[in-house]
Design a protein around this ligand. Structure first.
Ligand SMILES: *Cc1c(COP(=O)(O)O)cnc(C)c1O
Length: 383
């Protein structure tokens, strides 16, 4: 008889050091725009390397919104983005009045199909926004070549790809702007939070000001306390000092977090790849590319397998699952109502949304847990 296990899909990994870091901020008097936020930005930049300029913000949605604003996207502009992504990337385009133009992904990786991106370019296209699906980097050299050839900006949604690299260069630094998330179950967390990164210091500087009401002087730069002017329209998308302190403490463990996710992914993949009718999303290892695994997405290739039944069996066995992402974004009610939906345009995104299951590989999962997940999945698809 198999002993039942309880394996949550994801769980934030919070240590005593993390708790102490937050408590230290609370024993002081500076709860926002202080030294923790500045240090977190600097440490994140040094982790990414290659001249990264980083601005800590309140979420990845905020980072994506700031990206649209900073690149002056607006009415009349089209932004290409993957159909298979988090809705935040589309909302960020929609909020500035630009038009999202959705492009199908590759069946193999879940990442945007570069040939289809090229085919979707029109005279109104201003930017390409991509997501590194489940921690597997998109083909950024090809995407930036395409963007350069057409004079387009590039935004990278790296919310679930912290640490992923191509030719040792981190994702987020190939395009003009990269956006990260520190939501509780991402690679590292600040509760809520995000980071926007750029190789262009002027763009990062501009974003830092828009993030804080558009004021011309930061708190530290004011010679007369309370005195500032506002040359541009802004928002309040700041990250608090408690969040930044937690982020610094978490970032200190990033290598271990990535190692655990990587070895969990490999161990689960070894079991799952043996199961008939099930495919693991991803692509063959390449010398140039270094993945930073986030979840394992498996697709049920045999149409006779009932996904709902498989999920119910896994959940009943104590295994938490999810779906990345539950719908192609253009099929979501808001976007479908506004722009209409043509199913024929997104066969791969539909297949991933409708035929995949995301399995846990976070640092909370043990090797025995992973063997259990693979065994239960094998039974669930055969049942
Ligand atoms: C989680 C996620 C987001 C949103 O991040 P928040 O920090 O919660 O705003 C955006 N894009 C992707 C790909 C995500 O997975």
């Amino acid at each position: 008889m198999t002993v039942r296990r309880e394996i949550p899909f994801a769980r934030p990994w919070i240590t005593d050091d993390d708790r102490a870091a937050v408590a230290r901020v609370l024993t002081g008097h500076i709860l926002t725009h202080g030294p923790e936020g500045k240090a977190f930005e600097e440490e994140f930049a040094s982790f990414l390397g290659a001249g990264a300029h980083c601005v800590a913000v309140s979420s990845c949605m905020a980072a994506l919104h700031l990206a649209s604003i900073a690149l002056d996207l607006g009415p009349g502009d089209e932004v290409l983005l993957p159909a298979e992504t988090h809705v935040a990337a589309a909302h960020a385009v929609e909020w500035v009045g630009a038009r999202p133009v959705f492009v199908d992904c590759e069946a193999r990786t879940g990442n945007v199909d570069v040939a289809r991106l090229e085919a979707a370019i029109t005279p109104r296209t201003r930017a390409i926004s991509v997501v590194h699906y489940a921690g597997i980097p998109c083909d950024m050299p090809a995407i930036t070549r395409l963007a350069d050839a057409h004079g387009l900006s590039v935004i990278e949604d790296a919310a679930i790809a912290l640490g992923a690299r191509i030719d040792r260069r981190h994702v987020g630094l190939f395009g003009d702007l990269g956006c990260f998330s520190f939501y509780p179950v991402k690679h590292i967390t600040t509760g809520e939070g995000g980071m926007i990164v750029s190789r262009h210091p002027n763009l990062a500087e501009r974003i830092a000001r828009i993030r804080a009401f558009g004021v011309d002087r930061t708190f530290a730069e004011r010679t007369v306390p309370g005195l500032y002017d506002v040359p541009v329209i802004g928002l309040n998308y700041r990250m608090s000092e408690m969040q930044a302190a937690l982020g610094r403490s978490q970032l200190g463990r990033i290598d271990e977090i990535m190692r655990r996710r990587e070895s969990n992914f490999e161990r689960l993949a070894a079991g799952v790849r043996e199961i008939p009718g099930v495919r693991v999303l991803g692509s063959a290892p390449s010398g140039a590319r270094s993945d930073s695994h986030y979840v394992m997405t498996v697709t049920l290739e045999d149409d006779a397998i009932d996904r709902g039944a498989v999920i119910a069996r896994l959940n009943a066995a104590g295994i938490g699952t999810s779906i990345y992402y539950p719908q192609p974004v253009p099929r979501m009610a808001y976007y479908q109502a506004k722009y209409g939906y043509d199913s024929a345009l997104y066969p791969n995104a539909e297949r991933i949304s409708d035929r995949s299951i995301a399995l846990p590989i976070g640092p909370h999962v043990s090797g025995d847990d992973l063997d259990y997940v693979a065994a239960r999945l094998r039974e669930a698809v055969a049942a």
